[in-house]
Design a protein around this ligand. Structure first.
Ligand code: NAD
Length: 498
């Protein structure tokens, strides 16, 4: 086995972005220093005011135009994604199409969700008019991963922009070219001010962004980095949204459509070489259909292959260091009594990992407990769906989940401790722009997408306006004893009932 050099390589003030399929240099980018990042954030502050001043309609119009440019140049964007991640063009297209839907949704709905709303002032304060409006935070720092370099960072960037913020974006060091492409396309549509800016580099550049005086950090990446970012952000009380890793389960009930469930498992586990935060990593199957389900998964997995040719279903493992993790999880599972019904340790090469399906793996092994982030899946037999729910929930992560059941889908979904669940189809929640996306526990907190995603990048501003002088003045030293007595009477009538 030939050792693959870690990617990318730092050369002085620049670094190279390499194709994980060929190791060819596909771009060279600056390593931005802490000073560079600070200056970028400062210039973003002026841009933020200008962008806010455009109002909802002005911003919606620019977002609409940006989405048009991305859509018309989709083949070009997909090629950049393929160059830097090695994933098939059709997969790059799928993530880009979903991201375009999000741009459309956020631009269209921002005013309705964030604009001024009246609230009831209540009986005691009925002389007041109460309103709330969601104002932009200012400058948002977005730190992205490489696995879905279009869909994932745009999930934060688009909602932050639609809410009226300027954004400084630090893409992964593995996909700086994709980040640059997206930012350049935006700046063609918004040439007046640097509303969306790019800084590139490694973890240090990301860390510099966290301490550069931004008003919020939206981070997507590993749980370990999320913890570091939160600790650093605590020094300045900078709020954070953390979209971290997962160990997503699929539950297959006795009455499930087994073909559909097997298809979803195979695609959810192996597509993008398993490098999907909401990818399928574990399956819990009712004992009555377990063997049939495993047979279907095995059969469907035989048609799936990693490679760089046009016919391959997925590409290389983007981050070479991940190959060792995948190998270790499979080896540990097998050593502890698990069986590989497809693949095994030898399926993990020095660039590509072929599919692996594991059964009889102890629940406390790494393959079940830790994020593998590779094309592997464990399948376990359960007595009933209560056991499936208990096992699915017995994890520190809680990002996505999937339930296959004809009669109990909604009930089982409600019992899963995850931020999102899709029923009878894989990962559907990610493509529905109106649904919030995010996790619990080690998967992070805060939400992108949907109304919650817009509010994540805004601060509620509450205003109470006195419409007329109240007959009973409560907030004055001049109030009479009779006023206090009247208040007690009123509150007893309103709230004192047994
Ligand atoms: P990573 O944590 O290694 O890096 C993510 C980003 O953080 C990169 O841009 C990196 O340069 C930056 N970074 C590294 N150290 C930093 C520091 N100390 N301060 C600030 N920034 C720093 O993650 P990755 O390998 O790029 O991505 C894979 C992980 O992302 C997986 O765990 C996956 O599950 C997760 N992910 C989660 C979601 C989600 O929405 N929850 C989506 C996609 C990926």
């Amino acid at each position: 086995m030939t050792a693959v050099q870690p990617k990318p390589t730092s050369v002085g003030e620049t670094f190279d972005s390499l194709s994980p399929a060929t190791d060819e240099v596909v771009g060279t980018y600056p390593v931005h220093s802490a000073e560079d990042v600070r200056a970028t954030v400062e210039s973003a502050r002026v841009a933020a005011e200008w962008w806010d001043g455009l109002g909802y309609a002005g911003r919606a119009d620019r977002l609409r135009q940006w989405k048009g440019v991305i859509t018309r140049r989709l083949p070009q964007l997909c090629q950049v994604v393929r160059d830097e991640t090695g994933k098939p063009i059709v997969d790059a297209q799928l993530e880009s199409v979903l991201a375009i839907e999000h741009i459309a949704w956020a631009g269209k709905h921002a005013r309705k969700i964030l604009g001024k709303q009246r609230r009831s002032a209540g009986l005691l304060m009925s002389n007041q008019a109460a309103t709330v409006e969601y104002r932009p935070l200012g400058v948002v720092g977005v730190i992205g991963p490489w696995n879905y370099p279009v869909f994932t960072p745009l999930g934060s960037i688009v909602y932050a922009l639609a809410a009226g913020n300027a954004v400084v974006f630090k893409p992964s060091e593995y996909t700086p070219g994709v980040g640059k492409w997206l930012v350049d396309a935006f700046n063609e549509i918004v040439p007046e001010q640097p509303v969306l800016q790019l800084v590139t580099g490694f973890g240090e550049t990301g860390a510099a962004l966290v301490s550069a005086g931004v008003d919020k950090i939206a981070f997507t990446g590993s749980t370990a980095t999320g913890k570091k970012i939160m600790a650093a952000a605590a020094q300045t009380l900078t709020p954070v949204v953390i979209e971290a890793g997962g160990k997503d389960p699929v539950l297959v009930d006795a009455d499930a459509d087994l073909d559909a469930a097997a298809d979803a498992t195979v695609w959810g586990a192996f597509s993008n070489s398993g490098q999907t935060c909401i990818g399928v990593e574990r399956v819990y199957v009712h004992e009555r259909v377990h063997d049939e389900f495993v047979a279907k998964v095995v059969e469907k997995s035989r048609d799936v292959r990693a490679g760089s040719d046009e016919d391959a279903q997925y590409g290389p493992v983007t981050m070479p260091s991940q190959l060792a993790v995948i190998r270790r999880h499979i080896a540990d599972a097998i050593e502890r009594g698990g069986r590989a019904v497809i693949g095994g340790v030898d399926s993990v090469g020095d660039r590509y990992a072929q599919p692996t399906v594991l059964v009889d793996v102890p629940e406390d092994s790494e393959a079940v407990r830790e994020e593998t982030f590779g094309p592997t899946v464990t399948i376990a037999k359960v007595r009933d769906m209560d056991e499936a729910v208990d096992k699915a929930n017995a994890t520190k992560y809680g990002l996505g989940s999937t339930v296959f059941s004809k009669s109990r889908g909604m009930e089982l979904a409600a019992r899963l401790r995850t931020g999102m669940t899709s029923i009878n189809a894989p990962l559907s929640f990610a493509g529905i722009a109106s649904l919030p996306f995010g996790g619990v526990g080690d998967s992070g907190f805060g939400r992108i997408h949907g109304p919650e995603g817009l509010r994540e990048f805004a601060r509620p501003k509450a205003v109470a306006r006195q419409r007329f002088t109240a007959p009973i003045a409560l907030t004055s030293f001049n109030r009479k004893e009779s006023t206090d007595a009247l208040v007690v009477k009123l509150i007893t009538i309103l709230h004192g009932k047994r």
